[in-house]
Design a protein around this ligand. Structure first.
Ligand code: ADP
Ligand code: MG
Length: 586
């Protein structure tokens, strides 16, 4: 996003009502677009960025709208005083519903939001204090410095001021440590947890934030409409909000405004045009509206905003301060061996994937874990990093037991890994992907991200990421989407991400797969350097030349069982190892 885009947009928003010919009708339409934009911006974060589809956002508008309606129309509070109360009620409702909802996965999550969306709609319509289906009327308008904002033009400035404020906060958030963690949720929990991210907490935070934006919209709506009833807070409007998010481009803040504008405008235009064409009683407009949305989704699969943005030259990437002061280090583990795995066992049903395997890795040592496909190497990595619980045995890092610990706690002990099947966010830049590795070394939270109080730390995090990217030789690719790199290079990006953790123990699962000869040589150099720095490396690799020239010690697995261990020269001649490999070949 160009840095002039925001001031330009603000200027246009400010000038629109002053343009001759912009009637009250248009201003009212723009007011509605602004109100919807607020809700949809929350959905951008929730659905587009965080991957949680919600059909129930309209209900959160309802919580705030009804709260302020009761407080102001029944108890005579001033609208401004009822704003914090309305947001508090909405936020509390979001915490309760979020705790239930974000635990759901797959299609259960959207279904869950539909379920409580329907339930709340009927609750709004049944409660005596909320006026049942008639709702509450006689809500006072907003007023500012004693001037009542009944004129849609006055409300326009309040609404669009809120939209701009929300857009700024949301963009700040996306561009922060928390924002990267939220984006990481889409890549699945395993990769996120491996770098210390707490998916459940992140999801709940996003859920509450999206609900508060919807709440702000509901509060504004109540005082602009001066009356509320259950209709705008049901699942049907919830579906429309989701449509706006998708049509605009669900991952982008500006997409929210584009989507809200397009859908609101279309609906209004059709309500006027279609009855004129087909007669007033037929109500074909809903059908035409539905068909048009299908067409929009077909024409612009990623939404309209990326298309609009594509018309303008993309701004140069923000410069990264590669010389930024390093992030604080961790207390180093010193006791040897750094990693001690004793008799660990993992069964999947009747299959013994890891059969009482023991191994140890010291500081400044590269140990290879080799064996034919299906030998249990990746499963061993998953046991060490807490992705899978072991069925027996023990795992210690520097003498302290880590088996049974959560992946985040193990990462905090200085254990970093790469994945056999690359787990990067393909649309996110290499830089941002790698910076996720530094998550545990920063501490800026949600609020400091929103308010941009995190800039000093953020500069250091990105600086660290840039240094590690340069170290693995990918500096020229830093600003490209990770998915645009060759698969072999993506494995190297994962190594840079792991290095951002400042690991004591580095677990690499087939890092040389897909690399060309000179790239393998560079990787071997890097691993030697890390060894010299005292990092302990456990390496799964199939390229025997690579393994034998580099490692200090080799552990061989076959069908989950350790069949040999020793220095590379011995392993090369070991008859059991040769048989396992020849057997696998045959
Ligand atoms: P390697 O990495 O050595 O090729 P893995 O550790 O991936 O082998 O797999 C070891 C064995 O465990 C294989 O037979 C594999 O099919 C099985 N396995 C791995 N993960 C699972 C799982 N989550 N569920 C069931 N079986 C699994
Ligand atoms: Mg494997």
């Amino acid at each position: 996003m160009h840095r002039l885009a925001l001031p330009l947009f603000a200027a246009i928003v400010a000038l629109v009502p002053l343009v001759p010919g912009v009637s009250v009708f248009w201003i009212t339409l723009l007011d509605n677009i602004g109100l919807a934009s607020l809700v949809v911006m929350g959905l951008v974060l929730l659905t587009g960025v965080g991957g949680m589809t919600s059909f129930g956002q309209a209900a959160f508008c309802g919580f705030a709208a009804y709260t302020t309606a009761v407080m102001t129309a029944k108890f005579g509070w001033s609208p401004w005083l009822s704003l914090p109360v309305a947001l508090l009620v909405t936020g509390l409702a979001a915490v309760v519903l979020g705790l239930v909802t974000v635990r759901l996965s797959g299609h259960f999550l959207p279904l869950g939001t539909i379920a409580w969306g329907i339930a709340l709609y009927y609750a709004f319509g049944k409660l005596e204090i909320l006026g049942r289906h008639d709702g509450i009327s006689g809500i006072p308008p907003l007023s500012l410095f004693g001037i009542s904002l009944v004129d849609p033009r006055a409300a326009y400035y309040v609404i669009w001021g809120a939209v701009l404020g929300a857009a700024i906060l949301t963009m700040n958030l996306l561009d922060s440590r928390t924002g990267r963690a939220i984006r990481a949720l889409r890549g699945g929990r395993v990769a996120a947890e491996a770098f210390g991210i707490e998916p459940a907490r992140m999801k709940l935070a996003v859920f509450v934030y999206a609900a508060l934006l919807a709440g702000l919209s509901g509060w504004l709506y109540a005082h602009v409409q001066r009356a509320v009833n259950p209709t705008p807070f049901g699942v049907h409007p919830g579906i429309e909000y989701l449509f706006m998010a998708v049509a605009g481009g669900a991952g982008q803040v500006w997409g929210a405004i584009v989507g809200a504008g397009l859908v609101t405008f279309l609906k209004d235009a059709l309500q006027r045009i279609v009855p004129a064409l087909f007669g007033t009683s037929a109500q074909y407009e809903t059908i035409v509206f539905g068909l048009l949305l299908v067409v929009i989704l077909q024409v612009a699969k990623d939404g309209l905003w990326p298309r609009i943005a594509g018309l303008f030259p993309s701004p140069p990437p923000a410069p990264v301060d590669i010389a930024a002061e390093p992030l604080p280090g961790r207390a180093r583990a010193t006791a040897e061996p750094l990693l001690e795995v004793a008799d660990i066992r993992k069964t999947f049903g009747g299959l013994v994937a890891v059969n009482d395997v023991s191994l140890r890795v010291k500081r400044g040592e590269i140990v290879a874990l080799i064996g034919p496909n299906g030998a249990g190497k990746s499963t061993t990595f998953n046991l060490i990093t807490g992705v899978l619980p072991a069925n027996g045995g023990s795992i210690s890092v520097s003498g302290e037991r880590i088996d049974g610990a959560r992946p985040q706690a193990i990462a905090a002990r200085g254990v970093a890994r790469t994945f056999q099947h690359v787990k990067l966010l393909p649309e996110m830049s290499v830089l941002d992907n790698v910076a996720i590795g530094a998550h545990l070394r920063g501490e800026a939270g949600f609020i400091s991200g929103l308010l941009r109080l995190d800039r000093a730390e953020e500069r250091r995090m990105l600086g660290e990421a840039a240094r590690q990217i340069a170290r693995v030789g990918l500096a020229e690719h830093m600003h490209k989407p990770a998915g645009s790199l060759a698969l072999g290079q993506q494995r190297i990006v994962e190594i840079a991400r792991a290095l951002c953790l400042a690991p004591d123990l580095l677990l690499l699962d087939e890092p040389a797969a897909g690399l060309r000869h000179f790239e393998k040589a560079a990787l071997a150099d890097l691993l030697r350097q890390l060894r010299a720095e005292g990092v302990a490396v456990l390496l799964v690799e199939h390229d025997m030349g690579f393994v034998m020239s580099l490692t200090d010690h080799v552990v061989v697995l076959d069908f989950g069982t350790r069949i040999a261990e020793g220095p590379p020269a011995e392993i090369k001649r070991n008859p059991a190892v040769l048989a396992a490999y020849l057997g696998a070949e045959a």
